[in-house]
Design a protein around this ligand. Structure first.
Ligand SMILES: [Zn+2]
Length: 73
């Protein structure tokens, strides 16, 4: 089990290290296990995950990258 921080509510979400994602029990948001998901680089991601989930993942990642940049300014 590993603990991932929910991007929606900031709560802790437990997931197995083999899980690509989990649902936050507190707010219902999908929390991605970035270390284990192929969405980021797999060209077939939209076929096997569905477009909606891929879009959600990209939104998550973009938001994190934007906030990481503003932290270093
Ligand atoms: Zn949450």
């Amino acid at each position: 089990m590993s603990i991932v921080k929910c991007p929606g509510c900031g709560g802790e979400v437990e997931m197995f290290s083999t899980d690509p994602m989990a649902i936050c029990e507190a707010c219902g948001k999908t929390v991605f296990n970035e270390a284990n998901t192929c969405i980021r680089y797999c060209i077939h991601a939209e076929e096997c995950w569905g477009k909606e989930l891929c879009d959600e993942f990209r939104r998550c990642v973009e938001k994190e990258e934007v906030s990481a940049r503003s932290d270093t300014d």
